[in-house]
Structures are given as structure tokens and as C-alpha cells.
Design a binder for this molecule. Sequence first.
Ligand code: HEC
Length: 147
Amino acid sequence: MNRVIWFGLAAGLAGIAAGVVIAFQSQQRAAAPPDMPAAVNIRPPDATFDPVFGPCAHCHQIGKGARMATGPVLEGLIGRKAGTLAGYPFSDAMRNSGLAWDEATLDRFIASPQSVVPGTRMVYAGMDDPKQRKTVIDFIAKAGEGD
Ligand code: HEC
């Protein structure tokens, strides 16, 4: 009886030790050197890190060389038809919205994405402050001019 308990205890401890070793190893693997060429190549353009663009930067990139992320590239957005940018898997809701992105449409959309494009996959509650929306929209329009 006693032997069984000791055996169980030893097996449990071994399990914990193995878990610690695995956790330690995966932590080491995550810490890649910061200046690896691949890491440099996938860094989003500087414009993406502008504080004004902060609420969008979780999911979108903007600036020259921007790439698709969780959301589509917002470079060159103004004048584009919604859901048409090649290489991004838009929702049917966005593709069929019939919208074209100008300042006014963008303002309505950012204020409440789900009411302007019901069923959109953009999971963003909305930006309430009209002044903040205007700042973001001006920023997107300017970044779209190519810097
Ligand atoms: C949590 C992620 C997320 C955040 C935050 C977010 N978006 Fe999006 N956005 C998406 C996704 C995903 C789509 C694609 C939606 C679809 O296909 O229905 C999208 C689509 C869009 C589109 C349509 C683009 C096109 O080419 O038709 C615009 C415009 C847009 N977002 C603007 C913004 C702006 C501006 C902000 C910041 C205020 C923002 N988004 C914040 C995820 C996000």
C-alpha cells in the first residue's frame, strides 16, 4: 500500500520536473535574436506605429510596403471600393457592402463598424469621439499619399 503511494508521488514529481524543463525550453526558443534578417523584413512600415493609428494598428498596417495582417492593408484606402483589395479574404458582408471609402463613409464605419457593415469580421466596437475619428481619417488619407 505504502509503496504504491510513494510510487505515485515520485511519478508526479517527475511529471512536474519534465513540465518545467519543457516550459523553460520553449521560452528560450521564443527569444530569437532581434536583428535576424527575417524579423527585419516583416516589420510593419513606420507609419503603422504612429500613435494616432494606434487603435487600428492591432490589426492593420499602413505606409509603404504595408502587408495584410488580421485586417487588410489601409495604405491607399481613400477612393477604394470596400472589400476589393486583392489578396485579402474579405467577408461577404464587406464585399457586398457597396461602399467606397471616402472621409464620410470612413467616419460612419469607424464610429460603428457593425451598424454600417452588419456582419463584418472587423471586431472593433467603434470610436465615439468625432475629433479622434477625424484625426485618424486625416492620418489614413495622408499616409495613402505614399509615405
Ligand atoms: C480587431 C482587429 C481590427 C481593428 C482593431 C481594426 N480593424 Fe479594420 N478591419 C479588420 C478586419 C478583420 C477587416 C476585414 C473585415 C471584413 O472583411 O468584414 C477590417 C476592415 C477594415 C476596412 C475595410 C477595408 C477595405 O479595403 O474595404 C477599413 C476601412 C478598416 N478596417 C478601418 C479600420 C480603422 C480605421 C481602424 C482603427 C480605428 C480599424 N479598422 C481597426 C480588423 C480590425
